[in-house]
Design a binder for this molecule. Structure first.
Ligand SMILES: *Cc1c(COP(=O)(O)O)cnc(C)c1O
Length: 403
């Protein structure tokens, strides 16, 4: 355990938590901070120039997902867009006496906690099973829809285990039943194809810092026929649906990052998938380990494993010593001792869920990086097991292996 590489990050494998900004997005951000600091709501030329930049960004973002510019609302990120989409659907539902919402047990907390709040306000929420492979079954969505269902909200791709849901099929069912369909597509946008028309999506959430754009910027797509509810009252910005002077540099920089991600998507996905599958193959050699989520229906850069007899936090700290920045699952649950709600949702028991590792690689990840990660994880898992009481009991036959 002594060949520590110090504090500097050698390999960044936490792209699901956030991504590094692309040089083009950074350049755009800085140039607008310097040169286009006018208020888009002002009437003089300098303000109007800012307004034009804003509307150009809106068009680029809309084009990227097959929407119309007027269907894009810029927000402070994915969490806000999730909150606003769900709140809006709930408000519309309430007016029509429809107070039932369908979602899944492994959504992001921005969705789950909003739903918990709505439950306290009298809504009924059905959380669908995501099964062992981390996938929702469209027929189960159909069976859960009732006369009083106002919304189905199911994420496009999971942020911890990377599984990609059958969104198009689920969207088609919702459309046929006349129920609004929202998807948190934060992990999907810029990484896999998303088209709101082809995929039958009524509302969609995206966040720029997950596709090499800046933090604190996201957008909500809402079909033009949907009346949104404000989370922030204020001026007439964003068609009066979100008060507050727009974060113009952030928004324009996000549009640059998104266009770039989409232009390079095929090339990036091919490389990431190759690296991902090598990483999965290497880590699978560790005894009593298991990949979490379907091996193929997952994001190109996502690898998530459970290792029996170890504790995820120690694993992360020792990998950090080796210069590998990884995660045990969601950045939002780090610091709490509860195992990941996503891993519990796919049926991992507490003990096993505690020994999880998420490696979300990036476009710059090389074959040497993959080999180094495999070697490092093997060493660290073996080391941690060498003094794990649970592992000793398993080895001695006093406990049954689960994996
Ligand atoms: C990161 C993330 C969010 C939150 O986005 P922010 O811009 O950080 O608020 C929501 N949903 C998913 C699936 C995410 O991965």
């Amino acid at each position: 355990m002594n060949e520590a590489k110090g504090d500097s990050i050698v390999i960044y494998a936490d792209n699901a938590a956030t991504t590094k900004m692309s040089p083009a997005a950074t350049e755009k951000l800085i140039s607008l901070i310097n040169d286009a600091w006018g208020n888009p709501s002002s009437l003089y030329g300098f303000g109007q120039q800012a307004k034009e930049i804003l509307e150009e960004a809106r068009k680029d973002v809309a084009d990227a997902i097959g929407a119309e510019p007027r269907e894009i609302l810029f927000t402070s990120g994915g969490s806000e867009a999730d909150n606003q989409a769900i709140r809006s659907a709930a408000e519309l539902g309430k007016k029509n006496g429809k107070m039932h919402i369908i979602s899944t047990a492994f959504e992001h907390h921005a969705v789950l906690h909003t739903l918990e709040r709505l439950e306290k306000e009298g809504f009924e929420v059905t959380l669908l099973d995501v099964h062992e492979d981390g996938l929702v079954v469209p027929e189960e969505v159909e069976a859960a829809i009732r006369d009083d269902t106002c919304l189905v909200t199911i994420m496009f791709a999971n942020n911890e285990i990377g599984t990609i849901q059958p969104i198009r099929e689920i969207g088609a069912i919702c459309r046929q039943k006349g129920v609004l369909f929202h998807t948190d597509a934060v992990q999907a946008i810029g990484h896999i194809p998303v088209n709101v028309v082809d995929d039958n999506i009524d509302m969609l959430t995206a966040s720029a810092h997950k596709f090499h754009g800046p933090k604190g910027v996201g957008f909500l797509y809402a079909k033009k026929t949907i009346r949104l509810t404000n989370l922030i009252e204020g001026g007439a910005q964003e068609k009066g649906k979100r008060g507050g002077t727009e974060n113009l540099p952030g928004i324009a920089s996000s549009a640059v990052a998104l266009k770039e991600a989409i232009a390079n998507m095929d090339k990036n996905a091919a490389h990431l998938t190759e690296m991902r599958d090598k990483l999965i193959a290497g880590l699978s050699e560790i005894p009593h380990s298991a990949l979490n989520g379907d091996a193929k229906k997952r994001l190109p850069g996502n690898v998530n494993f459970c290792f029996e007899g170890i504790e995820g936090e120690s694993l992360l700290l020792l990998l950090d010593d080796k210069g590998i920045a990884a995660s045990s699952g969601s950045a939002c649950t780090s610091g709490s001792l509860d195992p990941s709600h996503v891993l519990l949702a796919i049926g991992r028991v507490h003990d096993v869920a505690h020994g999880s590792l998420r490696l979300t690689i990036g476009e710059e990840t090389t074959e040497e990086d993959v080999a180094y990660m495999i070697q490092s994880v093997k060493e660290v898992v073996e080391y941690l097991r060498s003094f794990s009481p649970i592992w000793r009991d398993l080895q001695a036959g006093k406990k049954e292996y689960i994996l």
